[in-house]
Design a binder for this molecule. Structure first.
Ligand SMILES: *[C@@H]1O[C@H](CO)[C@@H](O)[C@H](O)[C@H]1NC(C)=O
Ligand SMILES: *[C@@H]1O[C@H](CO)[C@@H](O)[C@H](O)[C@H]1NC(C)=O
Ligand SMILES: *[C@@H]1O[C@H](CO)[C@@H](O)[C@H](O)[C@H]1NC(C)=O
Ligand SMILES: *[C@@H]1O[C@H](CO)[C@@H](O)[C@H](O)[C@H]1NC(C)=O
Length: 259
C-alpha cells in the first residue's frame, strides 16, 4: 500500500494555512529600487513590498502595535529588602519547591524604532545608491534591578518562554534592494523589528509568604529573514531625509541619530 500521498495531503494544507500567501503580494526580482513610501514586510521567511496603508493593515492583523510604548523607566528602580541578599537569585536557577519564583506583570508587542542596517550615505548629483550592508545587529535583551542576577534570570525566562535571550542577529550585505539618496538628503537602511517586551518581578519564599526580590524587563524579537539571511521579522525600509547643513540623520521612526 502506498500511504505517502495520503500523508502528504494534510501536511500540504497545514503549510498552506501557515504560509498565509497573500493574493496582493508583489515579490520583486533582484536589485529593485525601493521607492519612497514602500516597505519590505519581512515576516518569518516571507518578504513582500507593501505601501504604508497595506503595512498598517498587516501589522494590525498580526497584533503588532504601530507605536512603540515608552519604556517604564521606574520599573527597574527597585531596592531589594535587606534580609534576602543574593540567595534569592541563586535559588532562581534551581526552581525546586518554593525557594523563588517570578511573574510577568505586563507584555507589549510593537514595532521597534529604526535600527540601522547600513552606513548613512549622503546624496549627491542624481542620487547615490545605498544597499543593506554587513555587520549591523539586532538583539534580544534582559535588564534587571538590584537584587536579581542577570545570568540566572535570562536562563530562567528563556526556559519559561522558549526564547534565547542572548540571541543576536547580524545583517549581511544584500544587493536585492537598493534605494537612491538624492542630493541634499541622507539615507540609511533600517529595520523595525517586531518586539515583545515583558515586565516582571522575582520573589523568594513560598506562596502566601512571598517576598519580592527584584524586577526585570525582557525584549525579544522574532525569527525572520531577508535574501536568505537569518534576520528578524519586521519592517525593512530606508530612512531618507533632507539634511540641511549636513546635520546628522535622525531616525524616521524613533528618537536620536544614526551612527
Ligand atoms: C528575475 O528576472 C529574470 C529576467 O527578468 C528572470 O529570468 C528570473 O527568473 C527572475 N528571478 C526571479 C527570482 O523572479
Ligand atoms: C496600497 O496597496 C494596496 C494593495 O496592496 C492597494 O490596494 C492600495 O491602492 C495602495 N494604496 C496606495 C495609497 O497606493
Ligand atoms: C537596609 O540596610 C540599610 C543599611 O544597613 C539601612 O539604611 C536601610 O534602612 C535598610 N532597609 C530596610 C528596608 O530595612
Ligand atoms: C547579607 O549580607 C551581608 C553582607 O554580605 C551580611 O552582613 C548579612 O548578614 C546578610 N544577611 C542575611 C540575612 O543573610
Amino acid at each position: 500500500m502506498r500511504q505517502s500521498s495520503f500523508i502528504a495531503l494534510p501536511l500540504l494544507s497545514a503549510f498552506a494555512g501557515a504560509a498565509s500567501i497573500r493574493p496582493d503580494m508583489r515579490v520583486r526580482n533582484a536589485s529593485q529600487v525601493l521607492q519612497p513610501g514602500e516597505f519590505i514586510y519581512a515576516n518569518k521567511g516571507k518578504m513582500e513590498i507593501v505601501n504604508e496603508t497595506r503595512l498598517r493593515e498587516l501589522m494590525l492583523a498580526d497584533g503588532i502595535s504601530l507605536e512603540k510604548p515608552a519604556l517604564d523607566e521606574e520599573w527597574l528602580n527597585f531596592t531589594p529588602p535587606n534580609n534576602t541578599n543574593s540567595s534569592s537569585s541563586a535559588a532562581l536557577s534551581r526552581r525546586d519547591g518554593c525557594d523563588s519564583s517570578f511573574i510577568t506583570d505586563k507584555t507589549e508587542t510593537f514595532a521597534d524604532w529604526d535600527i540601522q542596517m547600513s552606513p548613512v550615505v549622503l546624496g549627491a548629483s542624481t542620487g547615490i545608491d545605498v544597499t543593506i550592508s554587513n555587520g549591523w545587529t539586532v538583539s534580544n535583551s534582559v535588564s534587571v534591578s538590584a537584587g536579581v542576577e542577570y545570568t540566572v534570570i535570562k536562563d530562567v525566562l528563556g526556559l519559561s518562554f522558549g526564547i534565547d535571550y542572548t540571541r543576536t542577529w547580524t545583517s549581511s550585505a544584500s544587493q536585492l534592494y537598493k534605494v537612491s539618496v538624492p542630493d541634499g538628503s541622507a539615507g540609511t537602511w533600517v529595520t523595525r523589528p517586531w518586539t515583545t517586551r515583558r515586565y516582571g518581578r522575582t520573589f523568594s519564599g513560598c506562596p502566601g509568604s512571598l517576598v519580592q526580590t527584584g524586577t526585570w524587563t525582557a525584549d525579544s524579537r522574532e525569527e525572520g529573514s531577508y535574501d536568505s539571511t537569518s534576520w528578524v521579522s519586521g519592517v525593512i525600509t530606508a530612512c531618507v531625509k533632507e539634511v540641511p547643513n549636513n546635520e546628522q540623520l535622525t531616525r524616521c521612526v524613533g528618537e536620536g541619530t544614526f551612527a
